[in-house]
Design a protein around this ligand. Structure first.
Ligand code: NAP
Length: 241
C-alpha cells in the first residue's frame, strides 16, 4: 500500500483518470474540485471500489485557506507522499492583442499561483515523496491565436518544476512534470471550441488526440518508486506534437 496522494482538479478529465488509476495502484486518494461535486463524488466512489481510502474536498487552488484545508483533510487519510498539481483552466481562444488584465490574472492565478501554493504546502508537509506538475505542450508551442496567456502560465510551472526539484532533492522529494498535448476533455469547450481535438488531430504525428487515461499512466509512473531516479524531468504526452 502506498501513501496518500492529493490530486487537484480530480473531479474531471485528466485529474479524474489519474485519481482512478492511482487508486488501482494502491494510493489513498484525496482529490480536490472547484464546483462539480457530483463528478467528484463519482470519482471517489470509483477509487473506493479499488479498496483504498478516498475523499473529495472542495478547494479552490487560488485560495490559500482552501489549499491549507485540503492538505489538512488529506493528512487524515495517512502520511502525505504525493501531490499531482493538475487543476488548470483556459479562457476563450483569442489573440494577445485582445487579452484583458483580468483574464491574464485569472489564468495565471489558477495555473501558476495555484500550482505554487499547492507545491509549497506539499514540501512543507512531506518527508519524502513525489510531486507531479501537469503542464502542457502549450508551454513549448506557445498556443498562438488561442491562449498565449495559458502557455506562459504553464511555462512558469515548468520553471517551478526545475527549481523546486533541485531545492528538495536532498529531502527525498522528486518533482517532475508531464506536458499533455491534445487530450479529449471538457477543457476545450471552456476555450470555446469543443471540437478542437478533432480539428487538430491530423497535425499530431500519431494521428489522433490522446485520452486522459494515457496521461494518467505517465503521472502515476512518475509518482511511483519505478521512477525513483527521475527528478526535474518532463515527459511529453502529446503523440509527437
Ligand atoms: P478539465 O476536464 O476542464 O478539468 C479541470 C479540473 O480542474 C476540474 O476537476 C475542475 O474542477 C478543476 N479546477 C478548475 N479550476 C480549479 C480551481 N481554481 N481550483 C481547483 N480545481 C479547479 O481539464 P483537463 O483537460 O483534465 O486538464 C487537467 C490539466 O491538464 C490542466 O492543468 C490542463 O491545463 C492540463 N492540460 C490539458 C490538456 C488537454 O488537452 N485536455 C492539454 C495540456 C494540458 P470542477 O470539476 O469542480 O470544475
Amino acid at each position: 500500500m502506498n501513501g496518500v496522494v492529493i490530486i487537484t482538479g480530480g473531479s474531471r478529465g485528466i485529474g479524474a483518470a489519474t485519481a482512478r488509476l492511482a487508486a488501482r495502484h494502491g494510493w489513498n486518494v484525496c482529490l480536490s474540485y472547484r464546483a462539480r461535486e457530483d463528478a467528484a463524488t463519482d470519482v471517489v466512489a470509483a477509487c473506493r471500489a479499488e479498496g483504498v481510502r478516498a475523499q473529495a474536498v472542495r478547494a479552490d487552488v487560488t485560495e490559500e485557506a482552501d489549499v491549507a484545508a485540503l492538505f489538512d483533510r488529506a493528512e487524515r487519510l495517512g502520511p502525505l507522499t504525493g501531490l499531482v498539481n493538475n487543476a488548470g483552466v483556459v479562457a476563450p481562444q483569442t489573440r494577445v492583442a485582445n487579452l484583458t488584465r483580468d483574464r491574464i490574472e485569472r489564468v495565471f492565478a489558477v495555473n501558476t499561483v495555484g500550482a505554487f501554493l499547492c507545491a509549497r504546502e506539499a514540501v512543507r508537509r512531506m518527508s519524502g515523496g513525489a510531486i507531479v506538475n501537469v503542464s502542457s505542450r502549450a508551454a513549448v508551442l506557445g498556443a498562438p491565436g488561442e491562449y498565449v496567456d495559458y502557455a506562459a502560465a504553464k511555462a512558469a510551472v515548468d520553471a517551478l518544476t526545475v527549481g523546486l526539484a533541485k531545492e528538495v532533492a536532498g529531502s527525498g522529494i522528486r518533482v517532475n512534470a508531464v506536458r499533455p498535448g491534445l487530450i479529449e476533455t471538457d477543457i476545450h469547450a471552456e476555450g470555446g471550441e469543443p471540437g478542437r481535438v478533432a480539428r487538430l488531430a491530423s497535425s499530431v504525428p500519431l494521428g489522433r488526440g490522446g485520452t486522459p487515461q494515457e496521461v494518467a499512466e505517465t503521472v502515476v509512473w512518475l509518482l511511483s518508486p519505478a521512477a525513483s531516479y527521475v527528478t526535474g524531468a518532463f515527459v511529453d504526452v502529446g503523440g509527437g506534437r
